[in-house]
Design a protein around this ligand. Structure first.
Ligand SMILES: NC(=O)c1ccc[n+]([C@@H]2O[C@H](COP(=O)([O-])OP(=O)(O)OC[C@H]3O[C@@H](n4cnc5c(N)ncnc54)[C@H](OP(=O)(O)O)[C@@H]3O)[C@@H](O)[C@H]2O)c1
Length: 320
């Protein structure tokens, strides 16, 4: 079993090291997520990916407290990420939202705080109807994120999520603090090569969400990444599962991964990807995989009147 000390890490532009595998917690149900976090940390995970929008930070915080009290880990052993929700993008709300996540997660500080989407909703908005949108001012939001980073007590690094090359470039034109991470959909069927090349040229780390192709929920297209023949055949060749091949591919690309599971066997399986490498020759097989972006709930952020994006293509600046 992988121990924490063996967990590879990637160096960020802040000098810190992000553990290569983090437990995803989106759609991890109440009553299940706390148990999943406790189990994951006991079997060697040291990185938990959270967000206010997932509605489960309090239960994760309770689980972390139990682990600290039992002496299983200390706060300093862990990497905890959370995300600023779209309805907290007003500069006055950014430090409050950050403090709220730290309080719910009961973890003193975050290792990384991400701007969840390049989308702004009105404070307290519960829906995504046109009247719920607020004017997008990414510069003002990022400057508020920078202030939180410079203050340093609540988050050790800041970053972005769901930013295209065009949107990342725009942010870099005024950023005083270069984002440490851009967290985006990335798996063998949506490899993000252009974005990868741009981010790595700027010293920004890519963290892969939906790294095993998500679960086919309402938010994603029903494309079965794990059934792809390349993953199936490499799984047989390396005596691994298709999920482990998908995760290892991202690691070979230099990306950290956030597989979500609340199932103990799969939580363990998703960590056991450091006892093999995919050969250079086999990595070439991935170049031929047809590309399909799985995320489709992103049309929530598109409307004709109040959103800056009239189409999904505009949201992603054509990178679809
Ligand atoms: N920044 C963003 O906007 C954003 C968006 C999406 C996701 N994320 C983050 O990324 C995390 C992962 O993304 P995701 O939840 O979309 O998808 P994912 O991790 O690619 O897939 C999760 C699904 O795969 C199943 N699964 C887990 N391990 C498996 C295995 N070894 N074999 C077969 N099936 C397996 C899970 O079910 P069981 O639980 O039953 O195992 C679940 O249905 C999220 O939880 C969240 O933390 C961030």
């Amino acid at each position: 079993m992988a121990k924490a000390a063996e967990m590879p890490r990637f160096k960020l532009n802040t000098g810190q090291y992000i553990p290569a595998v983090g437990l995803g917690t989106w759609q991890a149900k109440p009553g299940e997520v706390g148990e999943a976090v406790k189990y994951a940390i006991k079997v060697g995970y040291r990185h938990i990916d959270c967000a206010k929008a997932y509605g489960n930070e309090k239960e994760i915080g309770d689980a972390l407290q139990e682990l600290f009290k039992e002496g299983i880990v200390t706060r300093g052993d862990l990497w905890i990420t959370s995300k600023l929700w779209n309805s907290d993008q007003h500069p006055d709300d950014v430090p409050l939202a950050l403090a709220g996540s730290v309080q719910d997660l009961q973890c003193d500080y975050l290792d990384l705080y991400l701007m969840h989407w390049p989308v702004a909703l009105k404070k307290g908005a519960q829906g995504t109807a046109p009247e719920d949108f607020a004017p997008l001012d990414t510069k003002a939001t990022w400057q508020a994120m920078e202030k939180c980073y410079e203050k340093g007590d609540k988050t050790k690094a800041i970053g972005i999520s769901n930013f295209s090359v065009v949107k990342t470039k725009a942010l870099l034109s005024y950023a005083k603090v270069v984002p440490a991470v851009n967290q985006v959909e990335c798996h063998p069927m949506w490899q993000q090569k252009k974005l990868h090349d741009f981010l790595y040229s700027q010293g920004i780390h890519l963290t892969a969400y939906s790294p095993i192709g998500s679960g086919g929920s309402w938010f994603t297209k029903h494309v079965k990444v794990l059934e792809h023949p390349v993953l199936q055949s490499l799984a047989k060749k390396y005596n691994k599962t298709p999920a482990q091949i998908a995760l290892r591919w991202n690691i070979e690309m230099g990306h950290s991964v956030l597989p979500k599971s609340t199932n103990p066997e799969r939580i363990k399986e998703n960590l056991h990807i450091f006892d093999f490498k995919i050969s250079e020759e086999d990595l070439k097989l991935f170049d031929k995989i047809e590309q399909v972006r799985l995320l489709c709930g992103d049309d929530l952020w598109v409307n004709d009147t109040t959103s800056p994006y009239k189409t999904v293509e505009e949201l992603w600046d054509g990178e679809i």
